[in-house]
Design a protein around this ligand. Structure first.
Ligand SMILES: Nc1nc2c(ncn2[C@@H]2O[C@H](COP(=O)(O)OP(=O)(O)OP(=O)(O)O)[C@@H](O)[C@H]2O)c(=O)[nH]1
Ligand SMILES: [Zn+2]
Length: 211
């Protein structure tokens, strides 16, 4: 018999702003994961998600990807960015390494899908990804990573190997409850549609891309 609301197989160790609200097994082409939803409100529409390998061991240096929502790239395969390919590759790496993928609901570097589409339109008229956000009166990058650290702490994790090319993500972990012991690059070969975007990330945002 399935008992709804049964105790989690992954113990919860904290209850901060990101409260674990629900979880279930999700079989994917990359393997099985437990999907856990974290939110302030019990029935929040867009909770942050953790995809946890069923054999993840919290007392090891867990391989972690912190992925920011990109509906255009992740869901529809847009070639304007590298997000969809990064997501697929991350799931493969995380599955093989018995790690965790955290999916943060901060679409468009935190400005939301409506503003991201407006920014894309400006980019189609010659601005780069930074200039477009500035033109709209928005932050270049409005993302935060505290919630990801809270989720990792909730899962009992204190040391991670972080899959990223973004120096700000590494800095965000300094002095926090979770230590990044190693950075693992996740570089996607550029295509003609995203080369300029990736170059801007490398040159103006300091991403470690070696293009
Ligand atoms: N505002 C804005 N957001 C974008 C644009 N292209 C992608 N994004 C968003 O950028 C976020 C992904 O950021 P990236 O800079 O690709 O990667 P990252 O997460 O910072 O770094 P990595 O860990 O190395 O992948 C997602 O939330 C996307 O929706 C754009 O042109 N404008
Ligand atoms: Zn994207």
């Amino acid at each position: 018999m399935v008992v709804l609301g049964a105790p989690s197989i992954i113990p919860s160790t904290s209850a901060t702003a990101a409260v674990r609200r629900a979880e279930a097994l999700i079989p994917t082409p990359f393997g099985d994961f437990r999907m856990l939803a974290y939110a302030d409100e019990p029935d929040a529409y867009a909770p942050h998600l953790a995809l946890v390998h069923p054999e993840m061991k919290p007392d090891t240096e867990v391989i972690v990807r912190i992925h920011s929502e990109c509906i255009t790239g992740d869901l529809f395969g847009s070639k304007r960015c590298d997000c969809g390919e990064q997501l697929n590759r991350s799931m493969r790496i995380v599955s093989a390494g018995k790690g965790i993928l955290i999916y943060l609901r901060q679409e468009g570097r935190g400005i939301g899908i409506i503003n991201k589409l407006k920014a894309y339109q400006l980019q189609d008229h010659g601005m780069d990804t930074i200039q477009a956000n500035v033109h709209l009166g928005l932050e270049i990058d409005a993302r935060h990573y505290e919630v990801a650290q809270e989720m990792l702490a909730d899962l009992g994790i204190s040391k991670i190997q972080l899959l990223t090319n973004n120096p700000e993500k590494i800095e965000a972990f300094e002095n926090g409850p979770v230590e990044v012991v190693r950075r693992l690059p996740i570089i996607i070969d550029p295509g003609k549609e995203n080369l300029a975007y990736l170059r801007t990330k490398e040159i103006s945002m300091g991403h470690w891309l070696k293009l």
